[in-house]
Design a protein around this ligand. Structure first.
Ligand SMILES: NC(=O)C1=CN([C@@H]2O[C@H](COP(=O)(O)OP(=O)(O)OC[C@H]3O[C@@H](n4cnc5c(N)ncnc54)[C@H](OP(=O)(O)O)[C@@H]3O)[C@@H](O)[C@H]2O)C=CC1
Ligand SMILES: CCCCCC/C=C/C(=O)O
Length: 543
């Protein structure tokens, strides 16, 4: 097991590390082995009040932050990006420990997050208003002003990217922030907070409060001094946030919610390539991705060939210790793990054909059952040689030796196959549109494959969902691809590629997948108010 030094576990308010007012803490769990990594300070309403007060002070019209040149804000952001990259490996290991994603992937996400910072750093001094040829003897202009104190609530599936997606445009715009990471993954948000301080952001500009959604999260969304809430997470909580945001004041709200995204493969596609793209689309981040392409629609002419390829690829996917060179680590927690296995069960019960996986991944990790031998004799190997518990193979060899030498095994005696929240990459074929696995967001490594005949049928069925986050199409016919892109109701459409998300490209959902866009040009608009200024400006001089 890689040893990762956890340096920050307190609340980050006004550039200080503080305990929760209640002094309460909560455990954050390693999904790889279900042990407590560390106790983290648990924010509640009183802490939110303190953090919002700090953010409000930092937003005062004469504050250091508000009077700073916009270009200087950009420079601070660039410094933060450099600091993050200089600690990329450490941040990645911390993420892997808390979140279970493969460490190489986590490292890539740190660089992606830094690219988002740099993109918006460049925007800080390019936030332009307009002059307007308004009717009358006037000159009108617009100013774009920061919206104010922003509450940002993020999920556990991409903790570092989600944090930087949220804070980068807000900082570029000149806002201040109270951010709540998910209860499952507080550690990297706190580590990034330390870098925010090191980069030189003034106190109160960014505050980070680990805690639970119904307490700390709800306190943020209900707070009258929070001007805007940005949320990524479930559609269910998104609805609550929308309601809460309208109670104390009319907060601006952006929501990036769930999905059940379709990927449509036409007969003319290269089956091998298409199956690879579809696999990556469905299994990205162990399926814990809002825009995962989990509904794979395949045209009848290549259906059987595609199903067999998809199954082969899934069976070869490496699942294991995320600190090793694997494609998939554990699911985030017991709740999600159980939920995903329940969906797999429902898929089987509803008659879908399971062609790969279909169970927990049992042969993962280096865990050994606590083992007790009785009737041990002095000359037996197990009694005389020291057992190194860290060395799984060695321990199992000793257990085997113990059994072979005639000692009576009265407990354990084997590897522990039920440690960690690992699920087999699972592929269902012959899925029907009305099945539970076809309609609900599973958020796990489960791909559903459907057969279709015609273009219109594919579009109608792709759109037959309340969600509308992502969609994909694989074909060599540009007319088919663009027609699909035009008619599918989703915020991001990928052609012959999937899940390609960059700092420059807006991301967000149609329908129940959310409102507003993050990233790109649109991403910063959520953090700006438009102010119209009109002054008397006679057309003829009054000299
Ligand atoms: N769009 C996406 O990227 C994501 C979608 N999901 C979907 O959501 C399902 C459930 O996952 P879950 O983690 O519970 O997602 P949630 O929507 O519950 O959590 C997302 C964030 O919202 C917070 N939160 C929860 N309740 C409230 C509340 N009442 N007020 C304010 N904030 C709140 C959470 O806090 P806390 O950490 O304490 O729960 C977390 O920080 C998944 O199965 C998946 O389908 C999940 C994560 C990301
Ligand atoms: C490397 C990050 C890719 C992020 C894809 C978008 C996912 C968002 C989400 O699940 O919330």
């Amino acid at each position: 097991m890689v040893k990762v030094d956890v340096k920050y576990t307190k609340l980050f308010i006004n550039n200080e590390w503080v305990d929760a007012v209640s002094k309460k803490t909560f455990p954050t769990i390693n999904p790889q082995n279900e042990t407590v990594i560390v106790q983290v300070a648990e924010a509640d309403k009183a802490d939110v009040d303190l953090a919002v007060a700090a953010a409000k002070k930092a937003f005062h019209r004469y504050s250091e932050w508000r009077t700073m040149d916009a270009s200087q804000r950009g420079l601070l952001m660039l410094k933060l990006a450099d600091l993050m990259e200089s600690q990329a490996r450490y941040l990645a290991e911390l993420e892997t420990l808390d979140c279970g994603k493969p460490v190489k992937v986590a490292e890539g996400e740190v660089y992606f997050a830094a690219s988002v910072l740099r993109y918006y750093a460049g925007k800080a001094d390019k936030i332009l208003g307009n002059t307007i040829p308004a009717d009358g003897e006037v000159l009108s202009m617009t100013l774009k002003e920061p919206v104010g104190v922003c509450g940002q609530i993020i999920p556990w599936n991409y903790p570092i990217p989600m944090m930087l997606w949220k804070i980068s445009p807000a900082l570029a715009a000149g806002c201040t922030i109270v951010l709540k990471p998910a209860e499952q993954t507080p550690l990297t948000a706190l580590a990034v907070a330390a870098l925010i301080k090191e980069a030189g952001f003034p106190p109160g500009v960014v505050n980070v409060l680990p805690g639970y959604g119904p307490t700390a999260g709800a306190a943020i969304t209900h707070h009258p001094d929070v001007d805007k809430v940005a949320f990524t997470g479930s559609t269910e909580v998104g609805r609550m946030i929308m309601g809460a945001a309208s109670v104390a004041n009319l907060k601006r709200v952006t929501l990036e919610l769930g999905g059940k995204s379709p990927l449509v493969v036409f007969n003319d596609a290269d089956v091998e390539k298409a199956a690879q793209i579809a696999h990556a689309a469905a299994f990205e981040n162990a399926g814990q991705c809002c825009c995962a392409g989990t509904r794979t629609y395949v045209q009848a002419g290549i259906y059987d060939q595609f199903v067999s390829k998809a199954a082969d690829i899934a069976k070869q996917r490496s699942v294991g210790n995320p600190f090793d060179d694997v494609q998939q680590g554990p699911q985030i927690d017991k709740e999600m793990y159980t939920k995903v296995l329940d969906y797999i069960k429902a898929g089987k019960e509803s008659g879908a054909r399971c062609v790969a996986g279909g169970d927990r991944a049992a042969d993962v990790g280096y865990y050994v059952q606590p083992t007790v031998f009785a009737d041990v004799q002095d000359d037996m190997k197990i009694a005389r040689e020291e057992i190194d518990k860290e060395m799984y193979t060695k321990v199992l060899d000793y257990i085997k030796a113990g059994k072979e030498s005639g000692a009576r095994c009265v407990a354990g005696g084997d590897r522990a196959a039920d440690v960690g929240y690992y699920v087999q990459p699972t592929v269902f074929a012959d899925v029907q549109d009305d099945m539970k696995i076809a309609r609900e967001e599973i958020f796990g490594p489960v791909q559903s494959i459907f057969k279709f005949e015609t273009f219109d049928e594919a579009v109608d069925r792709a759109n037959d969902t309340n969600y509308g986050l992502g969609a994909g199409v694989i074909t060599n016919d540009i007319t088919t691809a663009m027609a699909f892109a035009r008619h599918v109701r989703a915020g991001s459409v990928w052609i012959n590629i999937y899940n390609h998300v960059t700092s420059q490209t807006p991301f967000g959902g149609f329908k129940d997948s959310g409102m507003g866009r993050e990233l790109g040009e649109e991403g910063i608009n959520n953090y700006l108010e438009v102010k119209t200024i009109t002054m008397s400006f006679p057309k003829r001089p009054l000299l």
